[in-house]
Design a protein around this ligand. Structure first.
Ligand code: WQD
Length: 340
């Protein structure tokens, strides 16, 4: 059974990907520093799949520890690299924390992969790399624009580091998956998004408002040039996103990649405005949401949604779940978490 390392495997997208990897018969080893997750996610993954992943609490900023790990796991068939800090606003306040945590760790992992006979690497990238694209829907050939935040910059730099390394490393094959906006939770309601503190992202703020933890949702601006004045994003169910990682990994293991560095947009291909997301939530929950329109948020792009034809045709992956599925599962998850 092929053994796969998932860094950040106890996080939101990481844990859902571990479940899908196990469903496909992979043996999973998780590295997580527990800075933005908790160890009880392991039991929850086990409760879903019946398989307890191997877990090592390890800070990937510690190069010696990373070297020790890879020495002990020479039989890895692939690495899916989620471990990174990901709060856009925090990255503006603490840029060096983001460059250290998101870039150094990537370099240390890649240095170890270079030593292996063959190395298959899946990188967690983001549609943030496009900034406000000139053309919509966004294709993988859209120009990479100056990042709006240190967080977004670490994704751009990360892609360049991987590309440069693949260029001179025969045995290293990599795919960067550029996520749009991940939402929702596993149908088992055992894993989902667990934002620490006040949620930065729209959907957890919606569900925390609906359950009474937050007073009211602020809609950041309704004077954009869109159908209802609010920003457009491509909200992709986290389970569809997780499945894309497994399919991308299988592509590399089976040698189906057409070059040793590829990028794919992972979205639904459908854009939804903030007000449409709220409407979807109200429909799926049967609850009215308390929100108000406030000023725009600095750094927000007007509209971002994916052209998914490359992922559909070359990767052989397509999103199956809808915005309503995402909102319904996010709401179920919020109710479950708060019922504890
Ligand atoms: C979505 C829309 C907001 C909160 C970021 C990162 C991206 C990824 C996902 C990590 C925007 C509006 C939001 C609120 C609101 N992060 N909004 N009120 O900014 O598209 O993407 O998170 O991987 O890389 O860039 O997501 O959920 O913050 O915002 O009106 O309280 O919801 O203005 O239009 P975003 P988001």
């Amino acid at each position: 059974m092929a053994k796969i390392l998932v860094t950040g495997g106890l996080g939101f997208i990481g844990s859902h990907t571990v479940v899908e990897l196990q469903n496909k018969g992979f043996e999973v080893v998780i590295i997580d520093d527990l800075s933005n997750s908790s160890e009880d996610i392991l039991d929850r993954i086990d409760a879903i799949t019946g398989i307890m992943p191997i877990f090592e609490k390890l800070d990937l900023k510690d190069k010696t520890k990373v070297q020790g790990f890879f020495k002990a796991h020479q039989d890895l068939q692939g690495v899916i690299h989620f471990a990174a800090s990901k709060a856009v606003g925090e990255s503006v306040e603490k840029p060096l924390l983001y460059y250290e945590n998101n870039i150094n760790t990537l370099v240390y992992v890649l240095q170890e992969l270079q030593q292996l006979k063959t190395a298959n690497f899946i990188f967690s990238s983001s549609c943030t790399v496009y900034g406000q694209a000139d053309e919509l829907p966004i294709t993988e050939n859209a120009p990479i624009k100056k990042a709006e935040s240190p967080y977004g910059n670490t994704k751009q730099i990360g892609e360049e580091i991987i590309q440069d390394t693949c260029y001179i490393t025969e045995n290293l094959n990599a795919i960067a998956l550029r996520y749009f906006n991940p939402i929702g939770a596993h149908e088992s309601v055992k894993i989902g998004e667990l934002p620490l503190g006040v949620p930065q992202n729209l959907v957890p703020f919606i569900t925390q408002t609906a359950i009474g933890i937050r007073e009211q949702l602020s809609v950041f601006g309704d004077d954009y040039p869109t159908s209802d004045g609010t920003c457009i994003r491509d909200y992709i169910h986290v389970v569809d996103l997780a499945k894309a990682h497994v399919i991308a990994l299988q592509r590399l293991i089976e040698g189906k990649n057409t070059s040793n560095y590829e990028t794919f947009n992972v979205g639904t291909g459908t854009g939804s405005t903030v007000l449409e997301v709220i409407k979807s939530f109200e429909k799926m929950s049967g609850q009215k949401l308390n929100y108000k329109i406030t000023d725009r948020r600095a750094g927000d792009v007007i509209s971002a949604y994916a052209n998914t034809s490359k992922a559909n045709n070359e990767l052989g992956w397509k999103a199956e779940l809808t915005l309503d599925d995402g909102m319904a599962s996010a709401w179920k998850w919020e109710q479950e978490v708060r019922s504890k």
